[in-house]
Design a protein around this ligand. Structure first.
Ligand code: Q9C
Ligand code: ZN
Length: 348
């Protein structure tokens, strides 16, 4: 499979995220992707390519113009407020909860940061916009490869994407790679596209992008939001709305869930994708279901991941993978390539 990697990913390197009332070191670090690249040197899975730039019009298929403008200018505005800000990351501290207006972007910079975000764990840095744009380009290039006839392609990029919505960042995510890939597949001629999100955390951004649409099925297997991030979305009773009623499936599982139960959920997810008669598949591939993940609660082992790839390959659909979470940094390369290897050696 072609692997589109992000040569600009290191430009996004947060200093800290808010956690239990203090700023702590970021979990979402450049070394994550370096470990995957390194593992791919040992176990090549395909051609490693840098993507062509992403036209703004393709980003606007998923994200609002005012959100993209905010991301493009946020760092300059932050530093313009005070040159000393260049030594700090942007994090929000005020948000419009229910009853507040979100249709009038405030002039005040901090207030605008809050308008376009949902947590204080997603630092925006000098290079975030560049890294995120090239990451989106990876997702689009992967979708284009599959549209051109490739069986599969991998958008190997960070920051991750699946928590980012039409006009908000959060959960370490800025531009939604999986949603961009799914939309690109639709725009390129796929009639029905399924997104099967296997990251430990609910893919709230992707769900929100497609919630009222019948042409994209969104399925997510994740830690139960009653106890797990992102908390405010991802319950089993969220099934879609309007035209999209019946085209969202959430499979929340309790903390501590092991591979057998997780795999049963994957089979449920796969059955739904088949019932939907999808003609292309996007897999937001988070490796934070791993037992060693420092911020997550499932207990999958490295040896389980090839079986995940096998199950996905057996679906027989043109498939785009996007790299999402996975914070056991030393193992994330092995676990990622294990999924790809299981996929590659299996035919539908
Ligand atoms: N103590 C992804 O996996 N913060 N995002 C959790 C943990 C947010 C994860 C704090 C986790 C977001 C793409
Ligand atoms: Zn995650």
């Amino acid at each position: 499979m072609k692997i589109f990697h992000n040569p600009d990913h290191r430009a996004h390197s947060g200093r800290h995220e808010m956690y239990r009332g203090r700023l702590v070191a970021c979990h979402e670090v450049p070394a994550r992707l370096d470990h995957v690249m390194n593992e791919l040197q040992h176990r090549p899975m395909g051609e490693l390519l840098a993507p062509p730039p992403a036209p703004r019009a393709r980003l606007e298929r998923v994200h609002s113009a005012r959100y993209l403008d905010f991301l493009a200018h946020a760092w300059n505005e932050w530093v313009a407020q005070d040159p000393a800000n260049a030594e700090m990351d942007v994090l929000p501290s005020v948000w419009p909860a229910r009853g507040f207006r979100s249709d009038v972007p405030p002039d005040n910079f901090s207030a605008r940061v809050g308008l376009f975000s949902f947590d204080a764990g997603t630092p925006l840095t000098a290079g975030t916009w560049q890294a995120a744009q090239t990451g989106a380009a990876c997702a689009l290039a992967a979708a284009d490869a599959v549209l051109a006839g490739d069986r599969s392609a991998f958008a190997l990029t960070r920051p991750p994407g699946h928590h980012a919505g039409p006009d908000f960042l959060g959960g370490y995510c800025f531009l939604n790679s999986g949603a961009l890939a799914a939309q690109a597949l639709r725009d390129g001629g796929a009639q029905r596209v399924a997104v099967l999100d296997v990251d430990y955390h609910h893919g709230n951004g992707t769900q929100t992008v497609f919630y009222d649409r019948a042409d994209v099925l969104t399925v997510s297997i994740h830690g139960d939001p009653r106890t797990e991030y992102p908390f405010y979305l991802g319950h089993a009773d969220e099934t879609g709305e309007g035209n999209g009623l019946g085209t969202n499936l959430n499979l929340p599982l309790p903390r501590g869930t092991g591979f057998d139960t997780w795999l049963a959920a994957l089979d449920t997810a796969i059955a739904r994708v088949h019932a939907f008669r999808a003609d292309a598949l996007v897999v937001p591939l988070g490796l934070d279901s791993f037992e060693g993940d420092p911020i997550s609660g499932f207990t999958l082992r490295s040896a389980d991941y090839p079986r995940v790839g096998e199950r996905l390959a057996a679906m027989g659909l043109p498939t785009v993978f996007t790299f999402e979470g996975g914070y056991a940094v030393a193992e994330v390369g092995i676990n990622t390539v294990n999924v790809l290897e299981g996929f590659q050696h299996t035919r539908a």
